[in-house]
Design a protein around this ligand. Structure first.
Ligand SMILES: NC(=O)C1=CN([C@@H]2O[C@H](COP(=O)(O)OP(=O)(O)OC[C@H]3O[C@@H](n4cnc5c(N)ncnc54)[C@H](O)[C@@H]3O)[C@@H](O)[C@H]2O)C=CC1
Ligand SMILES: N[C@@H](CCC(=O)N[C@@H](CSC=O)C(=O)NCC(=O)O)C(=O)O
Ligand SMILES: [Zn+2]
Ligand SMILES: [Zn+2]
Length: 375
């Protein structure tokens, strides 16, 4: 069949909307009609050329929702007509990682996924004789896409595609980082660096978890109102604080008899390695946990004095908020349907596929929280 798609032709260039050929699902695969897809900063990161795994030409996009329209031989867990969210972190429930119960990082198909291929080592997308790479196993910037069965979560069919697509990455990553990775307790203090599509979901996760003090840090003052909308209690713009934001934040988090300061939990949602260091060092001596969510470009490294770790701070990271996709994503969709979490206000812009590059421009200018492409 043929499908419309936004093609990443080469690094640093706008996407090109065109028709591509799409082969049907093989054994263990499903064909999905994508109804909506969010544009995440990670799509921009890969398009920029900063991703060591970036491949071109490729069909990017990993934050979608749609309907199963065909299944290949042997598929048992979903059928035609099911509403699904593609999973860039699949859940096979059989690999050593899934069976360990210690991680959500299923390893069943990670190698081929990183090469832009389906698990059998081939691509379903092409233009003429030229192969097009898949992306993060999802390629939701195509109206139709093929995914492994283990990489789709079946969700409530009443849930609106244009909102729940965001659960395919941003919502789950932010809330999951708080609940699954940091395991924040009621009454905690927390600092969130970067109040974009991920950081605001960390903030709503902290509100759900019952954190007392939720400090948001962003260079853009417009984000103050956004943070407050989802539970932030204090806002700090580093440009207004002076040379070093760490002592400022440590001082801000001094409470009662505890005059050491530092937050119980900190989260980097910027992808900036200097900010990652600030986040670690602004966490509490003895027990502070600092979670790296942001993705940094090829060649970048984090640094701190080992003494920061010797004195009890932990540096940790999270992919997809530690969520096991097929198990946890349907539950998060239900939380949305039950009004337990908010999504609608964060989707600030929608557009047809033809205007997808505008979604990237809105991200660059800081005007959008999330742009969603509607097919
Ligand atoms: N680990 C994971 O599973 C995931 C990681 N990510 C990554 O998370 C990061 C955030 O993604 P989005 O929220 O979609 O991006 P975004 O572009 O919507 O938001 C980034 C925010 O950080 C702020 N910011 C930038 N530099 C800053 C600095 N030095 N100090 C304070 N604030 C600063 C910006 O003003 C903006 O508000 C990206 O690096 C993205 O690739 C995204 C999804 C999943
Ligand atoms: N491919 C990159 C890094 C990209 C990355 O870290 N991706 C995150 C998800 S970001 C979503 O918006 C992730 O889940 N990583 C785990 C994985 O197995 O890919 C690189 O090579 O640095
Ligand atoms: Zn993402
Ligand atoms: Zn697995």
């Amino acid at each position: 069949m043929r499908t419309r798609a936004a093609l990443a032709v080469e690094a640093g260039k706008p996407l090109v909307v065109t028709e591509v050929e799409l082969e049907g699902p093989r054994a263990g695969e499903v064909l999905v009609e994508v109804k909506a897809t969010g544009i995440c900063h990670t799509d921009d990161f890969t398009l920029s050329g900063a991703d060591p795994e970036g491949l071109f030409p490729a069909i990017l996009g990993h934050e979608g929702a749609g309907i199963v329209v065909d299944v290949g031989p042997g598929v048992t867990s979903v059928k035609k007509g099911d509403h699904v969210i593609p999973l860039y972190t699949p859940e096979c429930r059989a690999c050593p990682s899934c069976l360990s119960r210690k991680t959500n990082l299923c390893t069943a198909i990670r190698a081929t996924q990183g090469q832009g291929l389906m698990p059998d080592g081939t691509s379903r997308f092409s233009i003429g004789k030229d192969k097009i790479h898949h992306y993060m196993g999802c390629s939701t910037f195509a109206n139709f896409t093929v995914l492994p069965e283990i990489a789709v979560a079946k969700v409530n069919p009443d849930a609106p595609f244009d909102k729940i697509c965001y659960i395919g990455c941003g919502v789950t990553t932010g809330i999951g980082a708080v609940i699954n990775t940091a395991r924040v307790e009621i009454g905690s203090t927390a600092i969130v660096f970067g109040l974009g599509g991920i950081g605001l979901n960390v903030i709503q996760g902290l509100r759900l978890a019952g954190a007392d003090m939720i400090i948001g840090v962003d260079l853009n003052n417009d984000k103050k109102e956004w943070g407050e909308r989802f539970g932030m209690t204090h806002f700090v713009n580093p440009k207004e604080v002076g040379d070093d934001i760490v002592p400022y934040l440590v001082n801000l988090t001094k409470r009662g008899a505890d005059q050491i300061g530092g937050a119980d939990y900190t989260f980097d949602c910027t992808g900036n390695t200097k900010v990652m260091r600030q986040a670690l060092e602004a966490s509490h001596r003895g027990w502070g946990k600092s979670v790296v969510i942001g993705v940094a470009g090829a060649g970048q490294e984090i640094a701190t004095r080992p003494f920061q770790l010797v004195t009890g701070r932990s540096w940790m990271g999270t992919a997809f908020g530690g969520a096991r996709g097929r198990t946890d994503v349907p539950r998060i969709v239900d939380w949305y349907m039950e009004g337990k979490i908010e999504i609608d206000p964060m989707i600030t812009h929608t557009m047809p596929l033809d205007d997808i590059n505008r979604g990237f421009e809105l991200m660059h200018s800081g005007e959008s929280i999330r742009s969603v492409v509607l097919y």
